[in-house]
Design a protein around this ligand. Structure first.
Ligand SMILES: Cc1ncc(COP(=O)(O)O)c(C=O)c1O
Length: 391
């Protein structure tokens, strides 16, 4: 039985965060505030910490080889059912060493070299890597940047399909725009997919980090989509556990998962015992911690939005509906051609640069606001000072 925790500190001090074992905090020099890679500057959830400590007292041998033989399977099935993915068949749920391995494996399993794959840009860069690195042809469909936020360009999507198109890769919620696709948009995408007989790889890793209502899985909006979709998920964005590497692929079409598994057998490895223990503990006891995280993220998002609107109104920005990532459009700045480097050297803030998210995103940067209000404010101060001094 895990101890019940009612209070905990979410925010870690800067000197704890700035440790050589943190990619986020060690990538840039010590005078830089790193608001880039998607890790949160928050302490481990008490339920996870307790479960990991307890697991270590019993050694570190292999965990059961089949996820169905662990308590993780029923917990995940229960959770997926709340997102519309009820009644997963036996074999419809498989663990992965992470979601990126799942993106690559699913591309390998659902297409052949030379096939075309659609995705909507800007997009989390490994989507593009999983297509290009495996000799598939990228059909990038840019989202429309409108006053009411980032929108799907339905005409461009239709125009991008050819007889060689096999797969749509969807990110829902969407990294880096923070869009949560509405049920209407998902249904329209579903009709598009069924009309063109595409497979879908739907990365729903950020599902728990929505500031709106409960997550609706893409595959759930039409019964036929359950047979055409592989959904990818994992605990790492929700519970800030990327260092423990685990994910899952899910489909009602077990033959699809068999095909993917067969193609990547031996190179996928097995999830670590600690990662399985962590995910179980998160699902069983992480709710209170997650509620605190979401409250902090919402407050940070609103603060960032208010300050940008007030102090840098020319920076185009649509507050994200999910995730802790903010895509900022600095194309009106004189240094837009190297804006990430400019903000790094002049503001001492480390952000993700736009171009890896797709062609046409020079002048954009992605800011990770999952940090303390103090560090977020300091980063905004530095950015505002640097860009106003250079005006
Ligand atoms: C949409 C999306 N997919 C996958 C990943 C990475 O997942 P993993 O670390 O499990 O490979 C991220 C990380 O930020 C992400 O934002």
């Amino acid at each position: 039985m895990l101890p019940s925790m009612t209070t905990f500190d979410l925010l870690l001090p800067e000197d704890t965060l700035r440790h050589p074992d943190s990619a986020k905090w060690k990538f840039y020099p010590d005078d830089v505030l790193p608001l880039w890679v998607a890790d949160m500057d928050f302490a481990v959830a008490p339920a996870i910490l307790a479960a990991l400590q307890e697991r270590l007292t019993r050694g570190l041998g292999y965990a059961p080889f089949e996820v169905e033989a662990t308590p993780l399977a029923p917990l995940l099935r229960e959770k997926l059912a709340t997102q519309g993915l009820a009644d997963l068949p036996t074999g419809g749920l498989r663990t992965l060493p992470g979601v990126v391995p799942g993106l690559y494996a699913a591309v390998a399993g659902l297409s052949s070299p030379g096939d075309e794959i659609l995705t909507m840009t800007p997009i989390y860069p490994p989507f593009l890597g999983s297509i290009r690195d495996q000799g598939r042809t990228l059909r990038a469909v840019p989202l429309l940047q409108q006053e009411d936020g980032w929108q799907i360009d339905w005409d461009a999507l239709e125009a991008a399909v050819s007889p060689a198109t096999r797969v749509l890769m969807l990110c829902h919620p969407h990294n880096p725009t923070g869009r949560v696709w509405t049920t209407e948009e998902l249904k329209r995408l579903g009709e598009f997919v069924l009309r063109h007989r595409l497979w879908v790889i739907s990365d729903e890793l950020h599902a728990d980090l929505s500031f709106g209502g409960p997550h609706v899985a893409f595959a759930s909006v039409h019964p036929e989509l359950l047979q055409r979709t592989v959904t990818l998920t994992g605990p790492c964005k929700t519970y800030n556990t990327a260092g423990l590497g685990i994910g899952a692929m899910i489909s009602h079409n077990v033959a699809l998962l068999d095909r993917i598994t067969a193609l990547t057998r031996g190179v996928q490895g097995h999830p670590s015992a600690l990662s399985i223990t962590m995910w179980i503990a998160a699902l069983e006891g992480g709710a209170e911690w997650l509620a605190a995280v979401l409250a902090q993220l919402r407050s940070n998002r609103d603060h960032l939005s208010a300050r940008l609107r007030q102090e840098l109104p020319w920076v185009r920005f649509s507050p994200p509906e999910a995730t802790y990532l903010a895509l900022l459009d600095f194309r009106q700045h004189p240094r837009s051609a190297d804006i990430q480097q400019f903000l790094l050297t002049e503001a001492k803030v480390g952000l993700n640069d736009g171009p890896p998210f797709g062609e046409g995103y020079q002048g954009f940067v992605r800011l990770n606001f999952a940090t303390s209000p103090e560090l977020l404010d300091e980063a905004i101060n530095r950015i505002v000072r640097a860009v106003t001094q250079s005006e």
